[in-house]
Design a binder for this molecule. Structure first.
Ligand SMILES: CC(C)(COP(=O)(O)OP(=O)(O)OC[C@H]1O[C@@H](n2cnc3c(N)ncnc32)[C@H](O)[C@@H]1OP(=O)(O)O)[C@@H](O)C(=O)NCCC(=O)NCCS
Length: 154
């Protein structure tokens, strides 16, 4: 992810989240040493367009997922899976052994997506999403186990 990607990212972000991050928040991520930010591009009409993105913090052996989203018209084509696979590969190379994230209790699609990578529910953070009055589920995964679920090499 580079600064020039942010207009397309913000458009996906606004369509994907009820409390979207601003351009400034992404700019801060790009400057933060512990933040790792990837985009997935697809070729459409002979131009490359951003189809999805993922942001994680890599701290003390843990990969904490901050953001992952795919453009609505290209969901269920494996784009978020590709981002996740790359993120897991890079983070384990950097010594991460554990991954955690928070997800809205009602976000069934995302929960299914994370379960596919070996994440399980490990706790609840009551009213974590205060603005919409929703609890977050805390999910976690052992990255060694996640890697076993990713069957191909990059
Ligand atoms: C969650 C999200 C990132 C998934 O992106 P995607 O590119 O469509 O995901 P993939 O195509 O890689 O999906 C891989 C698998 O995850 C599961 N999955 C993904 N979305 C799902 C959904 N809506 N319902 C059920 N299972 C789903 C399926 O097992 C899917 O495999 P399949 O299509 O072969 O059945 C996307 O729906 C999104 O951007 N949602 C809005 C933002 C969001 O909620 N982010 C997570 C915040 S914690």
């Amino acid at each position: 992810m580079v600064t020039g990607d942010l207009d397309e990212i913000i458009s996906i972000e606004n369509a994907s989240f009820s409390t979207p991050w601003s351009q400034n928040m992404f700019l801060q991520e790009l400057q933060l040493k512990m933040s790792r930010n990837f985009v997935a591009k697809i070729e459409m009409n002979q131009t490359k367009e951003i189809a999805g993105y993922m942001t994680c913090w890599v701290v003390a052996g843990e990969m904490h997922i901050q953001r992952i989203a795919t453009r609505k018209d290209v969901r269920r084509f494996g784009i978020a899976s590709k981002l996740m696979e790359e993120m897991i590969r890079h983070s384990t190379e950097d010594g991460c052994t554990l991954s955690t994230l928070e997800v809205g209790r009602s976000n069934e699609g995302a929960i299914k997506f994370y379960e596919k990578f070996g994440f399980s529910i490990q706790g609840v953070r009551p009213l974590y999403y205060e603005e919409r009055g929703e609890d977050a589920l805390l999910m976690g995964a052992d990255l060694t186990e996640c890697k076993k679920l990713i069957c191909h090499e990059p």
